[in-house]
Design a protein around this ligand. Structure first.
Ligand SMILES: Cc1cc2nc3c(=O)[nH]c(=O)nc-3n(C[C@H](O)[C@H](O)[C@H](O)COP(=O)(O)OP(=O)(O)OC[C@H]3O[C@@H](n4cnc5c(N)ncnc54)[C@H](O)[C@@H]3O)c2cc1C
Length: 387
């Protein structure tokens, strides 16, 4: 044993939560195996906004400087109208360090590389191209058979296999599916203009919202949130024309982007979905973390942060709890309310920005301008609470 409750663990899924678990447990001297379904777990074309609480986890793992070096830092969240005029600004709370900008934005790919490297340095083994086939729980262990035919025994299994978690279905039944909430996210990478040193959100007339997020000196990422009743599916051929149609009506820089769209632009689309698994998120010695148990809408940019916090708290408890069952019980005490708060607040933000009457846009903007700085301040304060 390594001074922790577990000496050998399986982490299913090598995404943000899984790799963080690999780092945390690996550094405790635990034998960690991370099994990732895809051949490569590198994600392209997506940006991750890291608020101060995400940076807090990374700082405690000694990885904050690495993400800052590869990201873009700022404090300001700016809310604008469809013409590009500022409605209000909300500076993020510098809860981690008053001398550091509160937010870091980074490409998903760069974040993943940093986590992958740190997990390998911590001694965690990453096996790609495999997944669980069967799992059998005993009082003191979990026996796993993989699709590759390999069989292993672990003290603990951490399910970090994302929003469509196979482990969630195995433990809690096929009914626990992600729930579509009526919106869609369109995303594309673009060159960053010099003036974009804030996260800009532009509220459109047609129940649409554009976000501009600087990711590095050279790159930014655009997201467009739209109402998508019926949860449509878009083929690759349809994405560009549908995206163009949905950003009609925006002026200023967003209008320029629309005019400059071309066939070579890579546009991704994903439906807005939540996972609302009731507590507890574990059965026996198998526990779900991150999107597998509580996928959150991205409106507060907290999904990846919650996955990392989950992994960090589990590691903390593995060193302080008296047994695995106590560790998992305490895990729920420390994680459930916080994740539920983020999930509900993110959903409320989505609804308030997507479902206003288009004819009443100016009135809606005035209202949002009045309430948003206060909402963000309260949220930042809540996120700064100890985990
Ligand atoms: C449009 C959008 C924007 C977002 N923006 C932000 C943001 O700015 N900030 C933020 O904090 N969060 C953001 N998020 C949320 C964030 O991406 C997720 O919350 C985060 O990636 C969750 O981490 P995870 O480890 O739980 O899952 P993932 O990172 O999704 O990782 C799951 C991993 O498990 C693997 N896997 C799946 N099934 C299996 C299986 N059966 N066996 C083995 N492996 C498997 C997958 O291949 C994947 O590598 C955003 C989400 C969306 C949709």
């Amino acid at each position: 044993m390594s001074g922790t409750l577990v000496s050998k663990i399986l982490v299913l899924g090598g995404g943000i939560g899984g790799m963080t678990a690999g780092i945390v447990f690996g550094r405790m001297g635990v034998d960690v195996e991370i099994v990732e379904k895809s051949e490569t777990n590198l994600w392209k074309g997506v940006g991750i906004i890291q608020n101060a609480n995400a940076l807090r986890v990374l700082k405690s793992l000694g990885l904050m400087q690495a993400v800052l070096d590869e990201g873009f830092q700022m404090d300001e969240r700016r809310f604008c109208d469809d013409m590009g005029e500022t409605v209000c600004s909300a500076d993020a709370l510098r809860s981690l360090d008053p001398n550091l900008p509160a937010i870091n934005n980074i490409t998903r790919e760069r974040l993943q590389r940093i986590l992958d490297r740190a997990a390998a340095d911590a001694g965690a083994t990453l096996r790609t191209g495999d997944t669980i086939e069967t799992l059998s729980q005993k009082a003191d262990r979990v026996d796993v058979r993989f699709a590759s035919g390999r069989e292993e025994t672990y003290d603990l299994v951490i399910g970090a296999d994302g929003i469509r978690s196979q482990l969630r279905a195995m433990l809690f039944g096929e009914d626990q599916k992600p729930r579509f909430v009526g919106y869609g996210f369109w995303r594309m990478m673009l060159p960053r203009p010099d003036w974009l040193d804030f996260i800009g959100v532009y509220q459109g007339r047609k129940e649409t919202k554009i976000g501009l997020v600087p990711l590095s000196k050279e790159e930014m990422y655009l997201f467009l949130v739209t109402n998508e009743p019926g949860n449509p599916w878009f083929t690759d051929d349809q994405k560009l024309p549908c995206f163009r149609e949905r950003i009609e009506g925006f002026d200023g820089f967003c209008g320029e982007i629309r005019e400059g769209l071309s066939e070579t632009d890579e546009i991704t689309y994903s439906p807005a979905e939540q996972v609302e698994l009731p507590s507890p998120w574990y059965r026996g010695r198998v526990v779900l973390i991150g999107d597998a148990s509580h996928a959150i809408l991205p409106h507060m940019a907290q999904g990846a942060a919650m996955a990392m916090e989950d992994a960090w708290v589990l590691g903390d408890l593995a060193q302080s709890a008296g047994s695995v069952s106590e560790m998992l019980e305490l895990f729920m005490e420390r994680r459930y309310d916080r994740c539920l708060f983020v999930q509900k607040a993110s959903r409320a933000a989505a609804d308030s920005q997507q479902t206003h009457d288009p004819e009443e846009l100016r009135k809606h903007l005035k209202h949002m301008g009045e309430i948003l700085p206060g909402i963000w301040r309260k949220t930042d304060e809540r996120m700064a609470e100890p985990i």
